[in-house]
Design a protein around this ligand. Structure first.
Ligand SMILES: Cc1ncc(COP(=O)(O)O)c(C=O)c1O
Length: 392
């Protein structure tokens, strides 16, 4: 393959691949020419500042992955072993795993059926009926554990309905750690996703709207939290010269090479979001009124970035289930993918709690994400639409 030519997708339509068409080569070359390839460098600083600016946060701390960002965010937010953290039940597993990394326990809250995000009503129900205020903290009646934080995940590009959650947080003295990974560029009632809670995290792995190859970031307005996050991500080295470490830290820094890619990608974020929105509009049009196919929706209070356009396949009406449709698409070179196993069913989190998440279970059975790369061209997209219509 020629340098810069990109992979050949002429016979295969992938689910979601990076779009490399900006200053990536130039900035990476600059790192190589100047020798700033590791975890210190001007691109790291730029990436942190520019991302913070985009969401309106005061501080950004780049990390080696989104999972690392979540781990550190939970630590600086004061989550302790045996605490509980309320997490979206329908999400990629990383946020729930991060809760376990700090020795705390996730409590999963179901998705609401309209936009598939953490259901504020279910959350309030849990806080009001299943928790009790005791000794200056909120306690889960059943487990006896302290409930410390809420971790809403804005899935698939669409924001969570945050206002009721933020109100509950104030009432119960909790903190909000936002996982905004899949929704960079989205807005909630005109506010930027990633600047709605106390601290937020993003991942920039290869399938996100912008990528650094691998990487993440923590954003917050709190200077003390930002300093502690920086400290913990750099092995908690507490002396500028001597190798003295005042606690157990982590090697979680992003490299300058990765940040160089990130800075170039960020320059085109608005274009990429516009492309994603156009892709969604074309799917909406092409798949409207297809029997048994339910289309995803955008709330009146939200602007989604449609990270992965995901349909619901109603087996009885469509005459075919989501997994069979996935196999039929695969046979003609179109990649699609089911949603995540709801976390209350995950063997990895067995015994975490007994919340029932039936909406998440339905979405897991019926959901199918369609090709959504920024570079997906209309012809390719029409091929996907035709293949779906033929299959059902
Ligand atoms: C919502 C969410 N959070 C966290 C992550 C983990 O990020 P990373 O792969 O960079 O660790 C992902 C996906 O990768 C994700 O989709």
């Amino acid at each position: 393959m020629l340098a810069g030519a990109g992979p050949d997708h002429s016979h295969f339509t992938p689910l979601c691949v990076p779009e490399i068409r900006g200053n990536e080569w130039k900035y990476v070359k600059q790192c190589l020419d100047e020798g700033w390839v590791s975890s210190v460098g001007a691109f790291v600083v730029r990436f942190e500042q520019e991302l913070a600016q985009r969401t309106g946060a005061r501080f950004g701390i780049a990390t080696s992955s989104g999972t690392a960002a979540l781990h550190i965010a939970l630590l600086v937010a004061g989550v302790e072993p045996e605490d509980e953290v309320i997490v979206s039940g329908l999400t990629f597993i990383a946020p729930a795993n991060a809760v376990r990394y700090v020795g705390a326990w996730p409590v999963f809250v179901d998705a609401e059926p309209e936009f598939w995000q953490m259901d504020p009503e279910r959350l309030l129900d849990f806080l009001e009926r299943r928790c009790v205020w005791r000794n200056g903290a909120l306690q889960n009646r059943e487990s006896g554990r302290r409930v410390r934080a809420i971790l809403p995940v804005h899935i698939l590009g669409h924001p969570v309905d945050m206002d009721p959650i933020l109100e509950a947080v104030r009432r119960y003295d909790l903190v909000v750690v936002e996982d905004a990974t899949e929704s960079l560029g989205a807005t909630y009632r005109g506010r930027k996703v990633g600047h709605l809670g106390d601290i937020s995290c993003f991942s920039f792995n290869g399938n996100k709207v912008i990528t650094t190859g691998g990487g993440g970031i923590i954003l917050t307005d709190r200077e003390d939290w930002a300093e502690r996050a920086r400290h913990l991500t750099t092995q908690a080295k507490s002396d500028p010269t001597e190798y003295i470490h005042n606690e157990i830290g982590f090697n979680y820094r992003l490299t300058n090479l990765q940040a160089a890619v990130g800075v170039a990608q960020l320059e085109l974020l608005d274009d990429y979001v516009a492309a994603k929105r156009q892709i969604a509009a074309r799917y909406h049009e092409g798949l409207a009124r297809v029997r048994g196919i339910l289309l995803p929706r955008e709330a009146a209070w939200a602007e989604s970035i449609w990270w992965l356009y995901t349909i619901q396949v109603r087996g009885t009406e469509a005459g075919i289930g989501s997994r069979d449709l996935m196999r039929i698409l695969q046979a003609v070179g179109i990649e699609s993918r089911p949603l995540w196993q709801p976390l209350h069913l995950s063997p990895a989190h067995a015994g975490a709690n007994d919340q029932c998440c039936t909406v998440a279970e339905d979405l897991y059975r019926e959901g199918l994400s369609l090709p959504s790369s920024v570079g997906l061209c209309p012809d390719e997209q029409d091929r996907v639409v035709r293949a779906i219509i033929e299959a059902v």
